[in-house]
Design a protein around this ligand. Structure first.
Ligand code: GPK
Length: 826
C-alpha cells in the first residue's frame, strides 16, 4: 500500500525539501551533517570513502525536491511515458554529473576546501557503475540523460547487476578478468524499495481450460518464482529541475522458494536455493555483440521485463486504469532484442490476467512497443531454442506460436501461399535447431523498427529484414545515434567548454547545433592558438594520469592516435596493429629515417569478451608489440604504444579530449553506428575512418577535406566477398604488408617465440574474415595523408575546429527529438 489513507496537509515537508538557495556555508553544513549523522564519523576521523559517501548524499539532497516534484507532475499530468527497456546502462561516474546538473560544482569544491578536502580526491573515489558492455549500454545512458534534460517523461528500466563489466588487468601481456564489485564501498546513488517487490514466475507448464463465457483459454502453472526488488536512481536533467527515474531490478529469493522446489528439510540446501534465485541479477554477461544462448541470460531478460511491465501497469498507472488506452500512456522502447520477451509478456497480462480478447490485446500490444536494432552481424541477433524457452517460459512460448501462426496466415494470404517466403518470415527457425528469432518477434510485435545510423538502417531494411521491410515499408525508420554533450563535452573537456562558451555563449550545452557558430573562429589565428593550447593541456592531463595509473611515460609532443572500443574482429584493432608494426619496420629496417617521420603515440583501450579467443590473442599481441617498441632505442621519441588496462567511461572522459586522431576503422557494413566516433569529433579529434556506420554522416557534415577516408565501401566489400576473398594474395603481392606480417610472425615481439604470434598471423593470412589485408594499403596511404596534414599544425587545428563546429548534430538530444517525432509521439 502506498501512502496514508487519510488526507494530509502536504506531501512535502516545508523547508526541508524545497532547498533554499545553495551557499558554501549551507553546503558545508549539510556535508558535515551527512558525515557525522549519516556515516557516523567525525571529520577528523573520516576516510576518503566516508567523505565521498557524505558528499554524494549531500548532492542528492539538492536533487530530492525536484525528483519528488517531477514524479508528482508525471502522475498528475496523465501524459505518455517512455519506458526505456534496456539490459544495460553504462552510466559512468555519478558524482560529477550530479554536481554539473545541479550547478553545484563550485560551491561543493569551495565547501570541501573549507573542510580541508580536495574534491578531486572524492571524485576519484567513485567506482563507476559498469552495468553495460559498450556502445549499446552507453547509448542508453546518454538517452536517459537527454530525456531528463528535455523534460520528457521517461522511466529507464534495467537490471541492478551485483557485478558489472569485469575489471581488466594484464598479466604477462594477457587479459585477466577480475570481478567488478562496484557495490563494495557503498552505493549512495541508489534507493532500494524492498517493500515494492514484484514476484516473477518461471518454469512449470500450461493448462487448457474453458472460461465462464465458454472460451477456450490457457493458463500458466509456474514451477518456481523469485522476487524483484527495485532500486531507484535519480536521472537529473541539466539545470532544468527535472529529475527522472532509473529503476533497476535486483533478484531475491521468495520465502517459499526453498519450500516449493527444493523441499528437502535441509538447511544447507535451502541456502543453496536462495543463491540460485539471487544469481539472476548477479552478473552482467560480458559478451558484446555475440550473446551466448545461456539459460541464465534468458532468465535475466524475462526477470527485468516482467518486473518492469508489472511496475508500470500496477504501480505507475492510476488504479482502475482502462488498459484499452494503454498506448496513450506508455511506449516501451526495446533496446535491441534483449527485452523482446516483453511482447508476449504484455499479451499474457492482457489475455490471461485481464481477460482481453486476443485480437484486442494484440492491437494494444503492437502499439506499445518499438524496437531498435543495433547490429548487422548475424551472430549478434538473438535466438532462443524452443526447448529452453518452453522449459523456462512455457506460456510465453505458446503465445509466440500463436502470434506466429496468425502472422504467417496473413503473409500466406498476401502472397498466395508463397511457401519459401512464409518459411523465411517465420519467427520460428528450424535450423540448426528449432528456435525463436527474437528480432523477428520484435519486428512483428512493434509499431516501429529503427536502425542507429543511415547506412545501418538501409542495410537493415535491405539485408537483415528485407521481407519485413517490403511488407511494412512504413514501419522502418532511422534514428542516428547521439551522445550527451553534458558528459562528453562539458564534464570531460572543461577547458574546451570554457573556450567555446567565451566564443559563442553557453546555449550549446542543451542545443549543440549552436556549435555551428564556431565555424568562423576556425579562421581566427588567436582562437586557433587557444584551441591548440586546450588540446595540449588535455594531453598533459592524460599523460599525468597514465603515469600515475599505469606507470606509463609518454612523450608530450607527439600526435596522439587513439583507438578505444570493445575488442572485436570486425572493428579491426588488427589493422591498427599492422599500421604500427609497418611504421616500426620502416624505421628499424632503415627504409625510413626517424627525422622524416611524424612522431606518434598510439593508445588502445579495449576489453575482450572472456571467451573470445582470437580477441584475447590480439590483446596479447598489442601488449607485446607495445612492450617491444617502447623499449627499442631506435624508435625512441618517434613511436610509443600505450594500452592502459580497463578502458571504461571514466578513462574515456580523459582520453577523448586529448586525442588528435580518432580511429574508426571497422570493415564497411559491420559497425552499425559507433558513438565513440562522435565523441572524438566533438572534442576536436580528426577521424581516420571507413565508410561505415555514422562515420558516413560525420564525413558528410565535416566535409571530405576534414576527414581521412579509406578502404572499401559496403558494396565493394560485398563484391569482393562474392568474388571469393583470398587474403594470402594481398600478403604475396604487397611487399610492405609481407614484411610487416613476417616481422610479427618472427617472434620479434614475443621474446623469440614464434608460436605466440602464430594464431594471430595464421588467422589473418588464411581467414581474415573482416578483410584487414584488403584495406591495408588504402589505410596506410590515408595514414600518410594524416602525417602530412599534421605537419602543418595550424592547418590541423583549423580542421579540428571545423570538426567541432560541424558535428553538433550528434547530440543525443537530437536523437531523442527524432525518436519523439518518428516513433513515440510523446
Ligand atoms: C551492438 F549488437 C550490439 C551489441 O550487442 N552491443 C553493442 O554495443 C553497438 N552494439 C554497435 O556495435 C555500435 O555500432 C552502436 O553505436 C551501439 O551499439 C549503439 O547503437
Amino acid at each position: 500500500r502506498v501512502g496514508p489513507t487519510l488526507p494530509v496537509l502536504s506531501d512535502i515537508a516545508t523547508g526541508a525539501v524545497q532547498s533554499p538557495t545553495p551557499t558554501v556555508e549551507r553546503f558545508v553544513n549539510h556535508f558535515l551533517r551527512e558525515l557525522n549523522f549519516g556515516q557516523g564519523v567525525l571529520l577528523s576521523r573520516s576516510t576518503i570513502n566516508d567523505q565521498y559517501i557524505a558528499l554524494a548524499k549531500t548532492v542528492r539532497k539538492y536533487m530530492m525536491a525536484d525528483w519528488l516534484d517531477t514524479g508528482a507532475k508525471r502522475r498528475e499530468g496523465g501524459t505518455k511515458t517512455v519506458g526505456y527497456l534496456s539490459a544495460e546502462y553504462l552510466l559512468g561516474r555519478q558524482l560529477s554529473n550530479a554536481l554539473l546538473a545541479t550547478d553545484l560544482q563550485d560551491i561543493a569544491a569551495d565547501a570541501l576546501r573549507e573542510c580541508g578536502i580536495d574534491i578531486a580526491d572524492l571524485r576519484a573515489q567513485e567506482i563507476e557503475p559498469g552495468l553495460g558492455n559498450g556502445g549499446l549500454g552507453r547509448l542508453a545512458a546518454c538517452f536517459i540523460d537527454s530525456l531528463a534534460t528535455m523534460d520528457v517523461p521517461c522511466i529507464g528500466y534495467g537490471i541492478r547487476y551485483e557485478y558489472g563489466i569485469f575489471r581488466q588487468t594484464f598479466e604477462d601481456n594477457r587479459q585477466v578478468e577480475v570481478p567488478d564489485s562496484w557495490l563494495s564501498l557503498g552505493s549512495p546513488w541508489e534507493f532500494p524499495h524492498p517493500e515494492r517487490q514484484v514476484r516473477v514466475d518461471f518454469g512449470g507448464r500450461t493448462e487448457q481450460y474453458t472460461d465462464d463465457e465458454g472460451r477456450e483459454r490457457s493458463r500458466w502453472i509456474p514451477g518456481w518464482n523469485v522476487l524483484g526488488i527495485p532500486y531507484h536512481q535519480m536521472v537529473p536533467g541539466f539545470r532544468n529541475h527535472t529529475v527522472n527515474t532509473l529503476r533497476l531490478w535486483s533478484a531475491k529469493a521468495t520465502q517459499a522458494f526453498d519450500l516449493q522446489i527444493f523441499n528437502s528439510g535441509d538447511y544447507a540446501e535451502a541456502v543453496r536455493a536462495q543463491t540460485f534465485a539471487e544469481n539472476i541479477s548477479k552478473v552482467l554477461y560480458p559478451e558484446d555483440s555475440t550473446p551466448q544462448g545461456k539459460e541464465l541470460r534468458l532468465q535475466q531478460q524475462y526477470f527485468f521485463v516482467a518486473c518492469s511491465l508489472h511496475d508500470f501497469i500496477e504501480n505507475t498507472l492510476p488504479q482502475d486504469f482502462d488498459l484499452h488506452h494503454l498506448p496513450e500512456r506508455i511506449v516501451f522502447q526495446l533496446n535491441d532484442t534483449h527485452p523482446v520477451i516483453a511482447i508476449p509478456e504484455l499479451m499474457r497480462i492482457l489475455v490471461d490476467i485481464k481477460g482481453f480478447d486476443w485480437d484486442d490485446a494484440w492491437d494494444i500490444t503492437r502499439q506499445c512497443f518499438a524496437y531498435t536494432c543495433h547490429t548487422l552481424l548475424p551472430e549478434a541477433l538473438e535466438v532462443w531454442s524452443v526447448e529452453l524457452m518452453g522449459k523456462l517460459l512455457p506460456r510465453h512460448l505458446e503465445i509466440i506460436y500463436r502470434i506466429n501462426k496468425n502472422f504467417l496466415e496473413e503473409v500466406a494470404e498476401a502472397f498466395a501461399g508463397d511457401e519459401m517466403r512464409i518459411r523465411r518470415m517465420s519467427i520460428i527457425s528450424e535450423h540448426p535447431e528449432r528456435s525463436v528469432r527474437m528480432a523477428y518477434l520484435a519486428t512483428i510485435g512493434s509499431s516501429k523498427v529503427n536502425g542507429v545510423a543511415e547506412l545501418h538502417s538501409q542495410l537493415l531494411r535491405d539485408k537483415v529484414l528485407p521481407d519485413f521491410s517490403g511488407y511494412w515499408p512504413d514501419k522502418f525508420t532511422n534514428v542516428t545515434n547521439g551522445v550527451t554533450p553534458r558528459r562528453f563535452v562539458f564534464l570531460a573537456n572543461r577547458k574546451l567548454s570554457d573556450l567555446v562558451t567565451d566564443a559563442i555563449g553557453d546555449g550549446w550545452v542543451t542545443d549543440l547545433e549552436q556549435f555551428k557558430k564556431l565555424e568562423p573562429f576556425a579562421d581566427d589565428p588567436n582562437f586557433r592558438q587557444q584551441f591548440a593550447q586546450v588540446k595540449q593541456a588535455n594531453k598533459e592531463r592524460l599523460y599525468n594520469l597514465l603515469k600515475a595509473r599505469d606507470g606509463l611515460d609518454l612523450p608530450r609532443d607527439a600526435m596522439l592516435d587513439v583507438m578505444v572500443k570493445r575488442l572485436h574482429e570486425y572493428k579491426r584493432q588488427s589493422l591498427k596493429l599492422l599500421h604500427i608494426v609497418s611504421m616500426y619496420d620502416g624505421i628499424i629496417s632503415g627504409r625510413v629515417s626517424t627525422e622524416s617521420v611524424v612522431p606518434r603515440t598510439f593508445v588502445f583501450g579495449a576489453k575482450a569478451a572472456p571467451g573470445y579467443h582470437i580477441a584475447k590473442e590480439t590483446i596479447f599481441l598489442i601488449n607485446s608489440v607495445a612492450q617491444t617498441i617502447n623499449a627499442d632505442e631506435r624508435v625512441k621519441n618517434v613511436m610509443s604504444v600505450a594500452f592502459p588496462a580497463n578502458y571504461n567511461v571514466t578513462l574515456a572522459e580523459k582520453l577523448i579530449p586529448a586525442a588528435d586522431l580518432s580511429e574508426q576503422i571497422s570493415l564497411a557494413g559491420k559497425e552499425a553506428s559507433g558513438t565513440g566516433n562522435m565523441k572524438f569529433a566533438l572534442n576536436g579529434a580528426l577521424t581516420i575512418g571507413t565508410d561505415d556506420g555514422a562515420n558516413v554522416e560525420i564525413r558528410e557534415l565535416v566535409g571530405d577535406d576534414n576527414f581521412f577516408l579509406f578502404g572499401m565501401d559496403e558494396p565493394q566489400v560485398e563484391e569482393l566477398r562474392a568474388k571469393g576473398y583470398d587474403p594470402e594474395s594481398y600478403y604475396q603481392s604487397n611487399e610492405n604488408l609481407r614484411a610487416t606480417i613476417d616481422l610479427l610472425a618472427s617472434g620479434h615481439f614475443t621474446g623469440g617465440d614464434r608460436r605466440l604470434a602464430a594464431q594471430f598471423v595464421d588467422n589473418l593470412r588464411t581467414q581474415d574474415p573482416f578483410m584487414a589485408l584488403a584495406d591495408y594499403q588504402s589505410y596506410l596511404d590515408a595514414q600518410a595523408r594524416v602525417d602530412e596534414a599534421y605537419r602543418d599544425s595550424d592547418a590541423w587545428t583549423r580542421m579540428a575546429i571545423l570538426n567541432v563546429a560541424r558535428t553538433g548534430f550528434f547530440s543525443s538530444d537530437r536523437s531523442m527529438r527524432d525518436y519523439r517525432e518518428r516513433i513515440w509521439n510523446v
